[in-house]
Design a protein around this ligand. Structure first.
Ligand code: C2E
Ligand code: CA
Ligand code: CA
Ligand code: CA
Length: 274
């Protein structure tokens, strides 16, 4: 029996080791990824559920690793956050997205709002608001066409949050709370923050049609949000049934595979812009 325990331990240990070295390797590769042009943004359209018109798009990052192929942000964003790399990477993301959006406008397409995901770690930086301002000025994008997506958990982790959000509003960008309902937010705090919209997390949209409790939760979030004057976005819409439920319950904006997966900048132009 003793032997087996030892054997198991060794196996377990080598698995951990493998994961550890994989992480170190990714971390090192990630440092070079921006410079080597391996990161790029793709975009998922968002539609007004009553008019069916395009209202905006969400920018999502991708990493094409030279040997490992595509790596999901679910894997590398946490590493970027732990190491602090998310700070320069986040600046690159903001700049890339604002430049792209400005280019679309200059090419004569109807202006749309682009949403950018921002990590807690970025908002914790003292110069975060300044860096947004700088990008807006340098790209000459009108600020109303940039939306900042933050998660609920910032409420516990960013000091001076209210000031930072007020400063963002002063610049003229909009702010939305991502993955709403999954984090630790206090409704009391949320009602006091200068935010424009909340995004109902996909976990509420999954099972929306079959599970009565999910319906109650989704309806409650929509009603509460509207009473606080937020616009409501639903993410992860995959079926017609989910769509009609959301539409019937006055959700404002929808995003999900039912409409489109995230696509390249070129495809945004080809299929979605007017
Ligand atoms: P998120 O911000 O909640 O983004 C939504 C995720 O759901 C995206 O995954 C999107 O591709 C996926 N999705 C959209 N519609 C559907 C659908 O109908 N069905 C399903 N099954 N999935 C759908 P993605 O692109 O893999 O991103 C995962 C997460 O990585 C994001 O979650 C966000 O937290 C993070 N992330 C992605 N890009 C960035 C970025 O530029 N900066 C930061 N800080 N985080 C990012
Ligand atoms: Ca998001
Ligand atoms: Ca989300
Ligand atoms: Ca999510």
């Amino acid at each position: 029996a003793k032997k087996r325990v030892g054997g198991n331990y060794k196996f377990y240990n080598s698995e951990i080791e493998k994961r550890y070295y994989n992480k170190i390797e990714l971390e090192n590769d990630l440092k070079k990824a921006i410079r080597n042009d391996e990161l790029f943004m793709i975009y998922q359209p968002q539609f007004d559920l009553s008019t069916e018109k395009l209202t905006g798009i969400e920018a999502l990052i991708r990493w094409e690793h030279p040997r490992k192929g595509m790596i999901s942000p679910v894997e590398f964003i946490p590493i970027a956050e732990e190491t602090g790399l998310i700070v320069p990477m986040g600046k690159w993301i903001l700049r890339t997205v604002c430049e792209q959006n400005k280019r679309w406008q200059d090419a004569g397409f109807d202006p749309i709002r682009v949403a950018v995901n921002v990590s807690i770690r970025q908002l914790q930086e003292d110069d975060f608001v300044d860096s947004v301002k700088e990008v807006i000025e340098e790209t000459s994008l009108e600020p109303e066409f940039l939306e900042i997506e933050i998660t609920e958990n910032i409420m516990r982790n960013v000091s001076d949050l209210n000031h930072k959000l007020i400063a963002l509003k002063e610049i003229g960008v909009t702010v939305s709370i991502d993955d709403f309902g999954t984090g630790y937010s206090s409704l009391n705090i949320i009602s006091d923050l200068p935010i424009d919209s909340i995004k109902i997390d996909k976990s509420f949209i999954d099972g929306l049609v079959t599970k009565a409790k999910k319906q109650v939760l989704a309806k409650t979030i929509i009603n509460m949000g509207h009473n606080l004057n937020f616009s409501i976005i639903a993410e992860g819409i995959e079926t017609r049934e989910q769509l009609s439920f959301l539409r019937n319950n006055s959700c404002n904006i929808g995003q999900g595979y039912l409409f489109s997966k995230p696509v390249s900048a070129k495809e945004v132009e080809e299929y979605f812009l007017n």
